[in-house]
Design a protein around this ligand. Structure first.
Ligand SMILES: Cc1cc2nc3c(=O)[nH]c(=O)nc-3n(C[C@H](O)[C@H](O)[C@H](O)COP(=O)(O)OP(=O)(O)OC[C@H]3O[C@@H](n4cnc5c(N)ncnc54)[C@H](O)[C@@H]3O)c2cc1C
Length: 444
C-alpha cells in the first residue's frame, strides 16, 4: 500500500488542501487502503472536476479512482455496461457511440469519471428528457467504511443507493457500476441557435423546446439591464437523419488552457453584448452527435484567483420569477458572471441530495473578488426564498442551515443512511465537515 503527500484543489481553485493520497490499482485494494485511513477520514476523487471542496480533504486521505478504469462487460443487446468507477464519460462515448449507444446524460464535459458523475448525480443538456445519469444506473457496488462491499440499487439496499447517488462520496466508495447505455436514435443532431430578447421571450420559447427538442442549453447575458434582463442565446438540438453540414468557415477548436484574462473578458458587459449581437438571429446546422457533446472540453479556461460556481434549480412555477430576481440583482450589482447557463430539468427524486425539480437549473461562474462571497451567500438565500435548491455538487458557500431549508426530509434521510452505513465517518471531506458539522458536534 503506497501513500504520498499531495496538494489537491477543486477545479474552481477556491479550495485546496494537503492530503495523504493513494491510487488503488485494483478494486480489491480499496478495503486494504481503507484500513489505513486515520484522522479526518478519506474522500474518493475521480477527475477532480467539482469546483470546490467536494473532493478535497484537509489533513485527511484522498483515494484517486483513476486506475480503477476497467470495463468488465458490455451487452450489445441490452446496452448494459459493467465497469469500474474511474472510466471517464468521454471514454464510454468513444467506445460505444460508434456502436450506436449513448450515455443517458449529455454533460458539458466528458472528463468526469463515471463514479464522480454518479456521486454528483449530474444533469445534462437533455435533463428535460432523460433526467439524471443515475436513472440509467442498474446497480452499484459500494465499499463501506468497515471494508465490506454492498450492492445497492433501487430494489436492493435502496437507502444506500439513494444516499450514495448524489452523496458526494460521504457514504462509501463506488467500485463497480452497472449502467444501461441508451440506443442512439440517429447519428447526427440538428442544432438550432437563436437569440431571444428578454426573459419573457425566453420562457415562452422554452415551453416548446421542452416538448420538442432532445437537448437544450441557454447562454444568458447577465449584464443585460431593465427590459433586456434575461436576453440570451438559446441552443436546442434534436436527433436527425440529415447529413452533417459542411460550413464555409468554422472557428478552430482549442484544446488549450487559456489564461485568467480570457475569463475576465467573458465577464465584461461589452463582451457579452458582442456575443449576443454576433450570435445569428436564427442559425441551424447538422453535427455528428459526438462533436456536439462535451462543448466545455474544447476550451479549458482557468483563473489563478479562483472561480465560484452557483448552480440552482427551481420548479416550473417559481423559476421565471426567481431567475428574473437573480438576473436583476446581478445586473444591478454589476457583478459579472463569466458564464451563466440555463438548462431544463425533469422531476427526479431518486437521490437524497442530488435530486432535481421539474423546471430550470441555472449555473453561474464568477471570478473570485472582494465582496463576492457575501453577494453569493445572499443569492443562496434568494434561492431558498423561491423554494429552489442550490446543487451541492459544485457549491462552495452553502451553510448547514441552507441545506436544511432546501433539502428538508431528504437531508434527514441522507443523514440516517450515512449514520447507518458509515457510523465511524470514515468517508469525509472538507465539504462534509462544512455542511454536516452539526451532526459531528452532536455526536461528540
Ligand atoms: C468543465 C465542467 C463541466 C461540467 N459539466 C457539468 C454538467 O454538464 N452537469 C453537471 O451536473 N455537472 C457538471 N459539472 C460538475 C461535475 O461534473 C461534477 O462535479 C462531477 O462529479 C465531477 O466528476 P469527477 O470525476 O471529476 O468527480 P470529482 O470532482 O473527483 O468528485 C466529485 C465528487 O464525487 C465523489 N466521488 C468521486 N468518485 C467516487 C467514487 N468512486 N465513489 C464515491 N464517490 C466518488 C467525490 O468524493 C466528490 O465528492 C461540470 C464541471 C466542470 C469543471
Amino acid at each position: 500500500m503506497h501513500w504520498y503527500e499531495m496538494k489537491l484543489r477543486g477545479r474552481g481553485r477556491t479550495n485546496s488542501a494537503v492530503s495523504q493520497v493513494c491510487r488503488p490499482d485494483r478494486v480489491a485494494d480499496v478495503p486494504k487502503y481503507l484500513e489505513q485511513v486515520g484522522h479526518n477520514g478519506v474522500v474518493m476523487r475521480g477527475s477532480g472536476s467539482s469546483y470546490a471542496d467536494q473532493a478535497v480533504n484537509t489533513d485527511g486521505a484522498v483515494m484517486m479512482s483513476g486506475r480503477l478504469d476497467c470495463v468488465r462487460s458490455f451487452d450489445e443487446q441490452t446496452g448494459e455496461l459493467v465497469c469500474e468507477p474511474g472510466v471517464t464519460l468521454q471514454t464510454i462515448t468513444e467506445l460505444y457511440a460508434p456502436r450506436g449507444f449513448m450515455l443517458a446524460t449529455a454533460t458539458g464535459s466528458g472528463r468526469h469519471t463515471l463514479g464522480g458523475a454518479i456521486a454528483a448525480n449530474i444533469v445534462g443538456v437533455n435533463g428535460h428528457q432523460k433526467t439524471s445519469l443515475a436513472k440509467s444506473v442498474n446497480w452499484i457496488d459500494v465499499v463501506l467504511g468497515d471494508g465490506s462491499v454492498k450492492r445497492a440499487s433501487l430494489t436492493e439496499n435502496a437507502d444506500l443507493f439513494r444516499a450514495v447517488v448524489g452523496g458526494q462520496g460521504l457514504v462509501g466508495a463506488i467500485v463497480l457500476i452497472s449502467i444501461t447505455l441508451a440506443k442512439r436514435p440517429r447519428e447526427n443532431v440538428l442544432v438550432e441557435r437563436r437569440r431571444v430578447a428578454d426573459l419573457n421571450e425566453l420562457m415562452e420559447s422554452l415551453k416548446s423546446v421542452r416538448k420538442n427538442a432532445d437537448f437544450c442549453s441557454v447562454w444568458i447575458d447577465t449584464a443585460a439591464r431593465a427590459d433586456a434582463v434575461g436576453r440570451a442565446v438559446l441552443t436546442s438540438a434534436s436527433f436527425t437523419g440529415e447529413p452533417v453540414s459542411v460550413p464555409l468557415f468554422s472557428m478552430p477548436k482549442f484544446r488549450l488552457p487559456l489564461p485568467h484574462f480570457a475569463l475576465h473578458l467573458a465577464s465584461m458587459p461589452f463582451v457579452k453584448n458582442l456575443r449576443y449581437r454576433f450570435a445569428s438571429k436564427d442559425g441551424t446546422r447538422v453535427e455528428k452527435y459526438e462533436s456536439f457533446l462535451y462543448p466545455l472540453d474544447n476550451i479549458r479556461v482557468f483563473s489563478q484567483k479562483g472561480v465560484y460556481q452557483l448552480q440552482a434549480s427551481f420548479s416550473e412555477a417559481e423559476g421565471p420569477q426567481a431567475i428574473r430576481r437573480i438576473l436583476t440583482e446581478l445586473s444591478q450589482s454589476r457583478i459579472g458572471a463569466c458564464r451563466a447557463v440555463l438548462v431544463l430539468t425533469k422531476e427526479d427524486d431518486l437521490s437524497y441530495l442530488g435530486s432535481t425539480l421539474r423546471g430550470y437549473t441555472i449555473s453561474m461562474d464568477f471570478i473570485r473578488r472582494k465582496g463576492l462571497e457575501d453577494f453569493l451567500k445572499h443569492l443562496i438565500t434568494v434561492v431558498g426564498e423561491h423554494n429552489g435548491r442550490v446543487s451541492v455538487q459544485d457549491d462552495a458557500l452553502m451553510e448547514p442551515r441552507n441545506l436544511v431549508l432546501m433539502y428538508k426530509q431528504r437531508l434527514e434521510k441522507f443523514v440516517q443512511a450515512r449514520d447507518l452505513y458509515d457510523p465511524q465517518k470514515k468517508f469525509d471531506s472538507d465539504f462534509g465537515r462544512r455542511l454536516f458539522a452539526k451532526e459531528r458536534k452532536d455526536e461528540q
